[in-house]
Design a protein around this ligand. Structure first.
Ligand SMILES: NC(=O)c1ccc[n+]([C@@H]2O[C@H](COP(=O)([O-])OP(=O)(O)OC[C@H]3O[C@@H](n4cnc5c(N)ncnc54)[C@H](O)[C@@H]3O)[C@@H](O)[C@H]2O)c1
Length: 445
């Protein structure tokens, strides 16, 4: 492993007399099992040579500012008591309050939440919204809970992390398996605990409760916007392009719909229930209705069912991973037929897979810019909540598209001039912004 890609290597020399007191990793992580945090560390190592004098501060990117682990006990409907493990991680708050979603999933780990919080720091700086990065999660399969149990778990979790969240401290939002209803319960719980209605404590709320028009579609719209911009650079025509999508929820469903409306053919879709394929393109509006009614793409009549593994072999121009981390690995990156991968999900591509795709000339639009549309409209929601003045959807979409296009253009130019991947280019732009504020603020006390 080269020095640059070793997540355990110190990023820059430190005073020799202090070296014995420095540990490359926090004690709560295992070096041989770093999970998604290890991928993030490798991505940081790739940016450090490009940071100039700011590299002196780079260690701050490798350590989350604050990690909170909470026990979430609730009464189950059958009279038993269940305990769930919850997390809230604030990776960096140099540029503003923490911002990032809350994930309910049975496989959530601290390493995953740490990585997701760090990617939020990078993403928020990449689109230049005034936030740091944070993320939360509960280790639970919410599909096994009744609505009452889900509400009690969400409320207790919110109370437990209430000591570090707040409209000016850290603002959660939806992520995998959480939605507008989850945010409404979180907002109400926080408001009850603090004694006044605090709409700005979470984003992604229902529109009736201080939510923003356009928020639900924002991430998918951002994926579509940067996809169209990048396609122009590589001479790929969207109309008639063949697209495959992994994950057909909030992000993948909306992105698939917008690409289909622009004339692309969504030929394969995979979700937790299975994989479907249609050579001549799936009927996306009908598929979205099917998912709404049944919870999965599985069983959709006007399509062929294929094995999950063969999804990676489907002939296509664009692949949109929009489910979970570590889906594109060294094991399947060589099979991908797409010319372009647009990362709707966070962390779907491992660093080793990134290198294979680069060698094969597959353009990867990284999560830290491609899925930044959601947090951009979350920022609009937060601003609207503070001013109690709400914008119409047209204005929101116009501003969203403007921010995404401008941010992507800056990143594209950095990638060209430095001859680096779009991921490293995004990290260069974002980490310089983060570390500049770190340097300007200085160390307290
Ligand atoms: N919602 C947002 O605004 C937002 C913003 C930025 C990034 N993201 C990221 O996008 C991704 C998807 O989030 P979402 O909000 O659309 O979640 P969601 O819960 O709405 O949808 C998740 C989708 O992934 C599918 N899925 C789950 N496990 C799978 C598996 N093992 N194989 C294939 N598919 C699987 C589910 O069936 C579902 O279709 C996550 O990585 C999330 O962090 C979401």
């Amino acid at each position: 492993m080269s020095q640059a890609s070793n997540p355990l290597s110190p990023p820059h020399p430190i005073g020799a007399q202090y070296q014995h007191t420095q540990h490359a990793l926090p004690s709560y992580l295992q070096a041989d099992n770093l999970g998604p945090w290890g991928n993030y560390l490798q991505q940081v190592d790739r940016v450090i040579p490009h940071l100039g004098s700011l590299a002196r501060w780079a260690e701050t990117l490798k350590r989350p500012k604050r990690v909170l682990i909470v026990d979430v006990p609730i009464h189950m409907d059958d009279g038993t008591i269940a305990h769930f493990e919850g997390y809230r991680v604030q990776h960096n708050v140099s540029r503003g309050p923490g911002k990032g979603g809350v994930r309910f999933h049975q496989n959530v780990t601290l390493s995953e939440v740490m990585a997701l919080s760090a990617w939020m720091s990078v993403k928020n700086a990449a689109v230049n919204v005034p936030y740091g990065g944070a993320k939360g999660g509960i280790r639970v399969d919410p599909k096994l809970l009744t609505r009452g149990e889900l509400e009690r778990m969400t409320r207790r979790y919110t109370s437990e992390i209430g000591i570090i969240i707040g409209p000016n401290k850290d603002i959660p939002a939806p992520d995998v398996n959480t939605n507008e209803q989850t945010m409404a319960w979180m907002m109400d719980t926080y408001s009850m605990n603090t004694g006044s209605t605090a709409t700005g404590v979470v984003t992604g709320k229902p529109v009736d409760l201080g939510g923003s028009l356009g928020r639900r579609e924002a991430t998918g719209r951002g994926v579509f916007t940067v996809g169209v911009e990048a396609a122009k650079h590589i001479g790929l025509e969207i109309s008639g392009a063949r697209i495959i999508v992994q994950g057909f929820g909030n992000v993948g469903g909306v992105a698939g719909k917008l690409f289909a409306e622009a004339g692309a053919w969504v030929v394969a879709v995979q979700d937790h229930g299975g994989t479907i394929y249609r050579e001549a393109g799936l009927n996306v509006p009908a598929l979205l209705r099917h998912v709404e009614e049944t919870g999965s793409v599985s069983g959709f009549v006007d399509a062929e069912k294929i094995s999950d593994d063969s999804f990676w072999d489907v002939e296509c121009d664009i692949l949109i991973p929009a489910a979970l981390e570590e889906q594109i690995t060294a094991a399947n990156a060589g099979r991908i037929k797409a010319r372009m991968v647009i990362e709707g999900a966070n962390g779907p591509t491992t660093p080793a897979a990134d290198d294979i795709l680069a060698e094969r000339n597959v353009l990867v639009l990284p999560d830290v810019i491609a899925n930044a549309g959601g947090v951009t409209v979350s920022y609009f929601e937060w601003v609207q909540d503070f001013s109690s003045f709400f914008w119409d959807e047209e204005e929101i979409n116009l501003r969203l598209v403007k921010i995404m296009k401008e941010a992507f253009a800056v990143i594209w130019n950095v990638a060209q001039s430095r001859k680096v991947s779009l991921r490293t280019a995004t990290f260069i732009v974002a980490c310089q912004r983060i570390l500049r504020t770190r340097e300007l603020r200085g160390l307290y006390p």
